[in-house]
Ligand binder design. Structure first.
Ligand SMILES: [Zn+2]
Length: 281
């Protein structure tokens, strides 16, 4: 709906905003996005102009690995050949109106037509997960650091590099990324990534195969956030070194315990559960 006309790239996020082609680069080349160290980096962080040619300065956390990674890398490089940058500020265009000018009227029209959604987020309550976890997840959504309530403004206890926000601890930190990757595989889901905390709490919406599956996946997402948060507190207050395997094990066992005792799924078996939380469906 809103896209950028690139100037110096200092106001446009490389992966998240629409500035090249019709969609954000994270959707076009998810493998590369997964490897990106700084998911909110700007175009000016990644592209440098050298002799009128745009050069990519990649910020990968790992090396390109699979054939698909390399294919995506090639496509990105080809795409960048046509990119022009300038020294002027980036401009934003609104596609809701023919003249590209933004107006409240055109937003209203879009909302009425159902092409867009408001910012209203409703956390789906789920009975097999304890209330304390739901409240923690809800607070993570609404009490962002800016309000200074949730997490003090310091560096992350795990990577000691990024500012510690709830978003960072629960989604962006390399520890969280690794945990989500393993939880995603365990649940048989595609790559889990989030641009906002609420994205983690909406993952279940994309799960096909019935209501029960969605309920379990949604609960597992919340338990994962809970376990990450507990691990963060253990590191911050007890000096405990975080281990990705321990966080994942905590998700496995807590979700097993809670689902078994707080839902109709009281016959689930531990070994099968460890293989897949959806094994019985
Ligand atoms: Zn970190």
């Amino acid at each position: 709906m809103v896209r950028s006309k690139l100037g110096n790239g200092e106001g446009v996020r490389f992966w998240l905003d629409v500035w090249m082609g019709d969609c954000a680069l994270k959707d076009k080349w998810p493998n590369l996005f997964r490897l990106e160290n700084n998911k909110t980096c700007l175009v000016s962080d990644r592209l440098k102009v050298d002799n009128d040619r745009v050069q990519l300065e990649a910020g990968w956390s790992n090396l390109l690995h699979s054939e698909e990674d390399f294919q995506q890398w090639n496509q990105l490089c080809v795409g960048l050949e046509n990119v022009k940058m300038s020294t002027t500020e980036d401009k934003w265009m609104w596609s809701g109106e023919k003249n590209k000018n933004f107006s409240v009227k055109s937003v209203r029209k879009l909302l009425r037509n159902g092409d867009a959604y408001g910012n209203v987020f409703v956390l789906k309550w789920i009975s097999w997960v304890p209330l304390k976890c739901l409240i923690m997840a809800w607070r993570a959504v609404v009490e962002l650091v800016k309000r200074g309530v949730y997490i003090p403004n310091t560096l992350c206890v795990w990577c000691d590099y990024h500012e510690e926000t709830s978003m960072h601890v629960l989604a962006d930190c390399i520890i969280a990324i690794n945990v989500w990757e393993r939880i995603g595989k365990w649940c048989g889901l595609e790559l889990i990534y989030a641009f906002e905390i609420k994205d983690l709490l909406q993952v279940y919406k994309k799960v096909s195969g019935g209501k029960m599956k969605r309920k379990i996946v949604h609960g597992v997402m919340i338990v994962t956030m809970w376990s990450l948060w507990k691990a963060r507190n253990d590191s911050a207050f007890n000096g405990k070194k975080v281990a990705i395997g321990d966080v994942v094990s905590s998700v496995n066992s807590l979700s097993y315990l809670w689902l078994k005792n707080r839902s109709k799924c009281n016959t689930i078996g531990w070994k099968d559960w460890c293989r897949s939380p959806l094994y019985m469906l």
